[in-house]
Ligand binder design. Structure first.
Ligand SMILES: *[C@@H]1O[C@H](CO)[C@@H](O)[C@H](O)[C@H]1NC(C)=O
Ligand SMILES: *[C@@H]1O[C@H](CO)[C@@H](O)[C@H](O)[C@H]1NC(C)=O
Length: 290
C-alpha cells in the first residue's frame, strides 16, 4: 500500500535548520502517539457514515460493511493523520503504517482500544491511565484512583515520572488523603476524603462557618464561640499616620491618604477633614479655597 504523502521538503528543512531552541514544545513519544491515535479515532468517526446513501437495501448494506473494514477507508484515515508540514508525525506514520494496517485488518476486534494496543502494548511509549514509568507501575494510591482522587500522579499514562502525587489545592500527604490546615474534612469514609476551605475568619476549623473555628485567623478574635473581625481602626493608638485615615476590612485594615485640603482626617474627601490646610476653611462642612 502507498505511504501517505511524504515531506521531502520537511526533511530538507530538518537538515538545514538547527534543532528547535525550545525543546519544551517538542512532544514526547507518548504525546506523539496519543495525538496520532486521537487523529486516527477522529478519522474513523469522520468516515463512519461514508458511502451510506440513506437507503437500506441489501446491496447498500453489503457495500457499507465492505467499506467499513476496507483498505480504502484506512487510507482515507491515514491521509488525515498528519499536517503535511509535521515531519515527525509523517515519519511516525511511515514507520508504523504496517502495524496500523495489521490492527485495522486483523486485530481491531480483539483490541478495540487503539491507544492501549498501539501506544501502550506495541510501541511501549505510553502507559495505561493510573500507571507510570518504564514498566508502567501503579501510581501512588493505586492505578484505579491514583492519589486518592485528590491529586495528579507524576508521569501518569507515560513511560516517565516517579508515580508520586502532586496534591490538588487543600490536600496533602503522600496519597493526598489529608487536608491542609485552613481546610476541613467535609466528607470522610474509608476510601474518600473531601477537603473544603474554612471560613476566612478561621486559621483552623472543623466546619464551614465562623462558629466552627478551632483557632481564629490573624485579624480576627473570638467573641463567645465565634471568630469576629477585629476593628484595628478603633484601637486606642490608631495604626495610620496623621495624614491618613484608617479603613477597617475583614481580617485587616488599610491606611489611605487624606484629601489634599485636609490637615488630618477621619475619612475620604474634603468633608472628612479634621482641619483645613492654610488658605482653606470649612464651608458647609467641607474645606474650600478662599
Ligand atoms: C465514600 O464516599 C464516596 C463519595 O461520596 C462514595 O462514592 C463511596 O462509595 C464511599 N465509600 C464507602 C466505603 O462508603
Ligand atoms: C466579612 O466577614 C463576614 C463574617 O465572616 C462575612 O459575612 C462578610 O461577607 C465579610 N465581608 C467581606 C467584604 O468579605
Amino acid at each position: 500500500m502507498r505511504p501517505p504523502p511524504r515531506t521531502a521538503f520537511g526533511f530538507l528543512l530538518l537538515l538545514l535548520l538547527p534543532p528547535a531552541p525550545d525543546a519544551a514544545r517538542k512532544l514526547t513519544p507518548c504525546q506523539q502517539c496519543r495525538a496520532l491515535v486521537d487523529k486516527f479515532n477522529q478519522g474513523m468517526a469522520n468516515t463512519a457514515k461514508k458511502n451510506f446513501g440513506g437507503g437500506n437495501t441489501a446491496w447498500e448494506e453489503k457495500t457499507l460493511s465492505k467499506y467499513e473494514f476496507s483498505e480504502i477507508r484506512l487510507l482515507e484515515i491515514l491521509e488525515g493523520l498528519c499536517e503535511s508540514s509535521d515531519f515527525e508525525c509523517n515519519q511516525m506514520v511511515e514507520q508504523q503504517e504496517e502495524r496500523l494496517e495489521a490492527w485495522w485488518l486483523q486485530l481491531k476486534k480483539k483490541y478495540p482500544d487503539l491507544f492501549e494496543w498501539f501506544c501502550v502494548q506495541t510501541l511501549k511509549v505510553c502507559c495505561s491511565p493510573g500507571t507510570y514509568g518504564p514498566d508502567c507501575s501503579a501510581c501512588q494510591g493505586g492505578s484505579k484512583r491514583p492519589c486518592s482522587g485528590n491529586g495528579h500522579c507524576n508521569g501518569d499514562g507515560s513511560r516517565q515520572g516517579d508515580g508520586s502525587c502532586q496534591c490538588h489545592i487543600g490536600y496533602q500527604g503522600p496519597l493526598c488523603k489529608d487536608c491542609v490546615s485552613s481546610y476541613f474534612s467535609s466528607l470522610r469514609n474509608e476510601t474518600h476524603n473531601i477537603c473544603t476551605a474554612c471560613d476566612e475568619s478561621c486559621k483552623t476549623c472543623s466546619g464551614p462557618t465562623n462558629r466552627d473555628c478551632l483557632e481564629c485567623e490573624e485579624g480576627w478574635a473570638r467573641v463567645e464561640d465565634t471568630c469576629l473581625d477585629v476593628d484595628e481602626c478603633a484601637a486606642e493608638t490608631p495604626p495610620c499616620s496623621e495624614t491618613q485615615y484608617c479603613e477597617n476590612v475583614n481580617g485587616s485594615y488599610t491606611c489611605e491618604e487624606c484629601d489634599s485640603t485636609c490637615v488630618g482626617c477621619t475619612g475620604k474627601g474634603p468633608a472628612k477633614c479634621k482641619q483645613c490646610v492654610s488658605g482653606y476653611s470649612k464651608e458647609d462642612g467641607q474645606c474650600a479655597g478662599q
